[in-house]
Design a protein around this ligand. Structure first.
Ligand code: NAG
Ligand code: NAG
Ligand code: NAG
Length: 306
């Protein structure tokens, strides 16, 4: 499906079907409704990988020995690799590590269930300015999912805003002139138990990729669907009468990664996604999807973005 450009469309998360071009392995003639598992192109064993240097952390640190480093985020900027792990103090899991501008990194940690954010100078890792409250920008707990990025000076985040993960949010804040906006609270048409995977700035939009419990199929119990949601960067929220402080450009659609057969076979659980690539001179993102029940079956799908 083409996500139409132009003026922001009003409100209402629309459930729009996607057409996804899938790279399908050849189906054996007749029976198998499933594509065969692809053979890996090459496999590297433990013996080989041991030959390369690896970062083990401070082995004098008892917590590192006991718990491992527990890497949370990695970020490569030019020739520098920034690694966010769990720091000792009250188990502060660094869940956000993104560039804010050319000189500054923005990092947020769970901070013993009290999420907090700071800015750091990229070159020296010195703290810059004051700490910022991390709620709605960083999860409370390491197992809660989140994504975040800066676009045009605003921080776009998708995460849970509370310890119990009952309030999921797609949120914009920290901009100098734009309004702070969020998705409507406790409304399952906007978000329902989402698992956030990726966010991308592209053109006038920010896209969020996630899986969530489908609201379309309530009779079948909990079914996971994968989605892309889109907001306009120039969204300023609604009026005091309707959607004040909420997105007015929020749209979402199901990602349809499926194999034709007697009936369509769906790979509904998005596991991973690339940034925007050029494929045949068209902007595209590639995603890896698995099945619902048995997540060992994988398929790679392609979605053309514009
Ligand atoms: C998914 O895509 C296929 C192929 O384009 C289409 O036939 C099918 O109806 C789509 N499914 C949904 C739920 O939109
Ligand atoms: C680390 O563990 C060793 C051995 O159990 C102990 O002697 C030492 O005091 C511990 N260090 C810290 C800083 O807790
Ligand atoms: C899931 O798939 C794997 C590999 O194909 C298979 O060995 C396993 O039995 C399956 N499990 C279930 C619950 O279907």
């Amino acid at each position: 499906m083409r996500l139409t450009s132009g003026s922001p469309r009003p409100i209402l998360p629309a459930f729009l079907a996607f057409t996804v071009a899938a790279f399908l392995p050849q189906l054996s003639s007749g029976a198998a409704p499933f594509p065969q598992d692809l053979e890996p192109i090459s496999i590297v064993g433990r013996e080989t990988s041991y030959l390369y240097p690896s970062f083990q952390g401070l082995m004098s640190d008892n917590d590192t020995i006991r718990l491992g480093l527990d890497f949370q985020r990695m970020l490569r900027i030019n020739h520098m690799l920034y690694i966010a792990a769990r720091s000792d103090e009250c188990y502060n899991y660094i869940k956000v590590l993104v560039p804010r501008n050319d000189e500054t990194l923005f990092a947020c940690g769970t901070n013993a269930f009290n999420p907090t954010c700071r800015n750091y100078k990229m070159s020296t890792l010195e703290q810059e300015g004051e700490e910022v409250v991390g709620q709605a920008r960083c999860p409370f707990e390491s197992r809660q999912s989140n994504v975040g990025l800066f676009a045009g000076g605003d921080f776009y985040s998708a995460t849970m805003t509370d310890f119990l993960a009952s309030d999921a949010v797609i949120y914009r804040s920290l901009g100098e002139s734009s309004a702070v906006l969020r998705t409507v609270k406790y409304d399952s048409k906007w978000l329902r138990e989402p698992h956030f995977l990726h966010a991308i700035e592209y053109g006038n939009y920010v896209y969020f990729f996630f899986s969530e419990i489908a609201v379309e199929y309530t009779t079948l119990g909990k079914v996971v669907f994968s989605r892309v949601a889109r907001v306009c960067k120039n969204d300023n929220g609604g009026s005091p009468r309707v959607l004040e402080r909420y997105w007015t450009s929020f749209l979402k659609a199901r990602l349809n990664c499926s194999v034709p057969g007697d009936s369509f076979f769906y790979f509904d659980v998005l596991q991973s996604l690339t940034n925007v690539l050029q494929i045949n001179h068209r902007p595209a993102v590639l995603g890896v999807f698995t099945t619902q029940a048995n997540r060992t079956k994988k398929l790679i799908c392609m979605k053309v973005l514009l």
